[in-house]
Design a protein around this ligand. Structure first.
Ligand code: PEP
Length: 243
C-alpha cells in the first residue's frame, strides 16, 4: 500500500514569527497515521527541523547540480544538509515562471535521490488542455518525461487551473487521472509502482478534503494556501487519517 501523505507547500510565505503554526501541526501529526511534510521557504528549513519531531521537512525546489556558480540556487545536498527529507520538483509555478521543462525536472529528481531526498514530482494540465479532452494524455506525457528510473518518488497531480483558484475537478476527473498515473507507474516500475504515493493538489481545503480523499488512487494531498494556517491544515490531516 502507498503511504498516505499530506504535504504543505508554503511557497514564498513565512517568517520566523510563523513557526508557532508548526507547533500545532506537530501535535496533530503525532496523532496521525499519515506522513506529514512541510515545505517552508529555504530560509526557515533549519528552524523548522527543530520543531519537526512528528513531521518531515521538504524543500520547494533544488538545482540539478551538486554545487557550482548558480547564484540564488540551492542544491539537493544543501537541502539534505539543512535537515530536509523531501523536495517538491516541477511545480507548475517553477515550470511557468522559471521555464523548467520535464527534462530538467528529471535531472533534478535524479540529483534529489542521490542526496537521499524523496522528490515530489508535480504534473498537471492547463485549463485549455482539460477543455479539449487532452488532460490524461498531457499529464501522462509530462510524467513519463519527468520520472527518474527510481521508484523512490512521490507524484502530485496538480491541475494548473485548480491551483489557488478555488476550482477543483470532479471526483471522477481526479480518479481518471490518478488511475492513469497508477497504470503508468506500474508499467514503469512493476510491483514497486503500486507503492508510490499519488497526491492530489489544487485548492484542497478542510471542506473538500474528505471527498477528494475518497477518489481512486488518491493517497493524499499537496496543499498550498490551506497549509499556512494550522486551523486549516489540521482538518485536512484528520480527513486523510480517518479515510
Ligand atoms: C500548490 O501550490 O501546490 C497548491 C496546490 O496550492 P493551493 O492549495 O493553494 O491551490
Amino acid at each position: 500500500m502507498p503511504a498516505k501523505i499530506v504535504v504543505g507547500n508554503w511557497k514564498m510565505h513565512g517568517l520566523q514569527e510563523n513557526m508557532s503554526e508548526l507547533q500545532a501541526i506537530s501535535i496533530s501529526a503525532a496523532k496521525s497515521s499519515c506522513d506529514i511534510v512541510i515545505c517552508p521557504p529555504a530560509t526557515l528549513i533549519q528552524l523548522a527541523t527543530k520543531l519537526s519531531r512528528s513531521f518531515s521537512i521538504g524543500g520547494q525546489d533544488c538545482h540539478q547540480e551538486e554545487f557550482g556558480a548558480y547564484t540564488g540556487d540551492i542544491s539537493a545536498q544543501m537541502l539534505a544538509d539543512a535537515g530536509a527529507d523531501y523536495v517538491i520538483l516541477g511545480h507548475s509555478e517553477r515550470r511557468e515562471n522559471h521555464l523548467e521543462n520535464s527534462a530538467i525536472v528529471k535531472e533534478k529528481a535524479i540529483a534529489a535521490i542521490e542526496a537521499n531526498l524523496t522528490p515530489i514530482i508535480c504534473v498537471g494540465e492547463t485549463l485549455q488542455q482539460r477543455e479539449s479532452g487532452q488532460a490524461v494524455i498531457k499529464v501522462n506525457a509530462q510524467l513519463q518525461s519527468s520520472l527518474p528510473q527510481n521508484s523512490n518518488v512521490v507524484i502530485a497531480y496538480e491541475p494548473i487551473w485548480a491551483i489557488g483558484t478555488g476550482l477543483i475537478p470532479t471526483l471522477s476527473e481526479i480518479s481518471e487521472i490518478h488511475d492513469s498515473i497508477r497504470g503508468l507507474l506500474n508499467k514503469e516500475f512493476g510491483p514497486l509502482g503500486s507503492k508510490i504515493s499519488i497526491l492530489y493538489g489544487g485548492s484542497v481545503k478542510p471542506d473538500n478534503a474528505r471527498k477528494i480523499f475518497g477518489g481512486a488512487n488518491v493517497n493524499g494531498a499537496l496543499v498550498g494556501g490551506a497549509s499556512l494556517k494550522s486551523n486549516d491544515f489540521i482538518p485536512i490531516i484528520e480527513a486523510l487519517s480517518d479515510g
